[in-house]
Write a protein of this length. Structure first.
Length: 115
């Protein structure tokens, strides 16, 4: 909320992750920025996902700066969570007049679970 309030919607998309990283650091959170994940198909590497943040090795954070979040954005977050075996994910959209966010919970035993 702090970042969205300060920068508002419509700011250059690349500035939001930098500002959010500064905010995480100022609050004493440990995080990995711009993490990468190998994607495999039938045992072969077919590319990489690049996610915005992994906070305290527990929460995957994906950022958007679009008019509104879509089902495809939520699906992307869940794919990243599965790939990193992270159980909690946050999808943040800085492009709307008010900060939009979705929280997702994923587990191997119940992959479609939401909260």
């Amino acid at each position: 909320m702090e970042v969205h309030t300060a920068l508002g919607p419509g700011t250059l998309e690349s500035l939001y992750p930098t500002a959010l990283g500064h905010e995480f650091h100022s609050r004493g959170l440990s995080f990995t920025e711009h993490g990468e994940l190998d994607v495999h198909f039938k045992g072969k590497s077919v590319g990489r996902f690049r996610f915005a943040f992994l906070v305290d090795q527990e929460v995957l954070v994906e950022l958007k700066a679009v008019r509104a979040l879509s089902d495809a954005d939520a699906a992307q977050l869940l794919n990243y969570m599965r790939g990193t075996e992270t159980t909690v994910g946050l999808l943040l959209n800085f492009g709307a007049p008010s900060l939009q966010w979705k929280r997702r919970v994923w587990s191997k035993s119940n992959p479609s679970r939401r909260r």
